[in-house]
Design a protein around this ligand. Structure first.
Ligand code: FAD
Ligand code: NAI
Length: 470
């Protein structure tokens, strides 16, 4: 195999963690190679995750609005239909333009893009099997592992991406299934289940725990689940899947109630498996060179994202923490800053989460049940979207904002938004928490009127003293 020159940094994986780390490192003066085996940059997020899912969520929402959602505004749209192949083309166009955009950024910043699959052959050396079949060896002073994650598949089940699909298959179905069963009502299930319901599928969830979005604040989660049920999504909560049978024309899913043990068989044309994701470490040779992993196969790192091997780092989905693109990016930047001797930092208490359904849910910091469990003396400020004038004017009045503060100091400990545009509004909340704001700080900040963001201000007024409009 051919040897290549020594780099300052090799990044394995060109997803949000890896490509951002590569660009940042090049900007800070390092000689960088980024190795990616997929054939395009952007990782799971751009190719089969964040971006295509948001494209489909948008087009399916537009369809639903045009079909029936605009009537309440006095607008009728005649015969509304959609062309699924065109819908998919728009999605693919968005993905291609963005992944090509990263290639352009690599060129602009002088990042060496290596197309192939990397495997450790020594602590600071990887072998790359190129997409063209060539085998090369690459050495570097530092290596960042940013290999991401892949879907978990329940044992005994095979993903054929036709009848039984992962999120990747669910983003590219050739036709709308009549009936769809979603195993796992987590972020992927809720978003993609919503997409196919809007396009006309009967969608049924089978979820192990007793609520949709197990990580949500209980009160927000309960309201959210009700709103989703009103849209026609069916939830079998507290129920686990014990078998999937694909031998007949319809897929049969056998479920078991977690408490009663009662079994039931459900049928569907398509089953979406969305029960979580697992780190990509197979075939990486990481274990062989002695890199330590925990029992979930996540690579173990210290405060500076360094593994037990000096100069070998890991970031993003392949290490512990929320599996989110923005978390991977923050780690990529901070890790590289550390490598060049600066002080990179990620505040894990301030990583926002969003479910991009309609309404959206967004949150940052602690849930009420977490504070209870930790024995924290807290206060709650709530404001219903019903009482927000903009929400009323545009008929987006479902949901609420909930703020949790320290009872003594008024410092904000958690913010939760259920309602339109929550994904955009959460940025203000993250900034407030990042600067250790009190609810009084946000309550005294002038918010434009009429905006949905006034609900955040009012919830802070409620936490600090009393809201004005409720
Ligand atoms: P990845 O994006 O997985 O990138 C890793 C890359 O490494 C891959 O391209 C892979 O091909 C490559 N690779 C792996 N092994 C090797 C090897 N040995 N050699 C060379 N290359 C290798 N997150 C959000 O924040 N917001 C969202 O809205 C959102 N939506 C999502 C929707 C779906 C359907 C899915 C599946 C995920 C979504 N996520 C979302 C999660 C997000 O995609 C991930 O958290 C993010 O992509 C993680 O980034 P990463 O860089 O760690 O890994
Ligand atoms: P998840 O961890 O969010 O949810 C999985 C769900 O499956 C859980 O509710 C769990 O209780 C349930 N489950 C597990 N085993 C089961 C069984 N046998 N029967 C029934 N239910 C079972 O995982 P998901 O949705 O696959 O997403 C993976 C990752 O992708 C998440 O960590 C998320 O952060 C990321 N993602 C983020 C998005 C966003 O930020 N908007 C969108 C999509 C994915």
């Amino acid at each position: 195999s051919a040897d290549t020159a020594m780099d300052d940094l090799i990044v394995i994986g060109g997803g949000p963690g890896g490509y951002v780390a590569s660009i940042k490192a090049a900007q800070l003066g390092l000689k960088v190679s980024c190795i990616e085996k997929r054939g395009s940059l952007g990782g799971t997020c751009l190719n089969v995750g964040c971006i295509p899912s948001k494209a489909l969520l948008h087009s399916s929402h537009l369809y639903e609005m045009a079909q029936k959602g605009m009537k309440k505004y006095g607008i009728t749209a005649g015969n509304v239909s959609f062309d699924l192949s065109q819908v998919m083309k728009q999605k693919e166009g968005a993905v291609t333009s963005l992944t090509k955009g990263i290639e352009h950024l690599f060129k602009k910043n002088n990042v060496n893009y290596v197309k192939g699959s990397a495997k450790f052959v020594g602590p600071k050396e990887v072998e790359v099997v190129g997409l063209d079949g060539s085998v090369t060896r690459h050495h570097a002073k530092n290596i960042i592992i940013a290999t991401g994650s892949h879907p978990i598949v329940l044992s005994g089940v095979t993903i054929d991406e036709e009848k039984v699909v992962s999120s990747a298959g669910a983003l590219s179905l050739p036709k709308v299934p009549k009936k769809m069963i979603v195993i796992g009502a987590g972020v992927i299930g809720l978003e993609l289940g919503s997409v196919w319901r809007r396009f006309g599928s009967q969608v049924t969830f089978v979820e192990f725990v007793d609520k949709a979005g197990f990580f949500l604040d209980d009160e927000i989660g309960a309201q959210y689940t009700k709103l989703l049920q009103r849209q026609g999504l069916k939830f079998n909560l507290g129920t686990k899947v014990v078998g999937v049978d694909t031998s007949g024309p319809a897929v049969k899913v056998e479920t078991e109630n977690v408490k009663t043990g009662k079994r039931e068989t459900l049928e569907a044309d398509v089953v979406l498996m969305s029960v979580g994701r697992r780190a990509n470490v197979d075939g990486l040779g990481a274990a062989e060179v002695g890199i330590e992993m925990n029992h979930y196969q996540k690579i173990i790192v210290n405060d500076h994202w360094e593994t037990n091997l000096k100069g070998v780092y890991a970031i993003g989905d392949v290490i512990a923490g929320p599996m989110l693109a923005h978390k991977a990016e923050e780690e990529g930047i901070a890790c590289v800053e550390h490598i060049v001797g600066k002080t990179g930092h990620v505040n894990y208490d301030c990583i926002p989460g969003v479910i991009y359904t309609h309404p959206e849910v967004a949150w940052v910091g602690k849930t009420e049940q977490q504070l209870k469990q930790e024995g924290v003396d807290y206060k709650v400020g709530k404001f219903l979207m019903q009482a927000n004038s903009r929400a009323r004017a545009i008929l987006e009045a479902d949901g609420m904002v909930k703020v949790l503060t320290d009872a003594k100091t008024d410092r904000i400990l958690g913010m939760h938004i259920l309602g339109g545009d929550a994904s955009e509004q959460i940025a203000e909340c993250v900034l407030a928490m990042e600067y250790d704001a009190s609810s009084e700080d946000v309550a005294r900040t002038c918010h434009a009127h009429p905006t949905l963001s006034e609900a955040v201000k009012e919830a802070c007024l409620a936490a600090h003293f009393k809201p004005i409009h409720m």
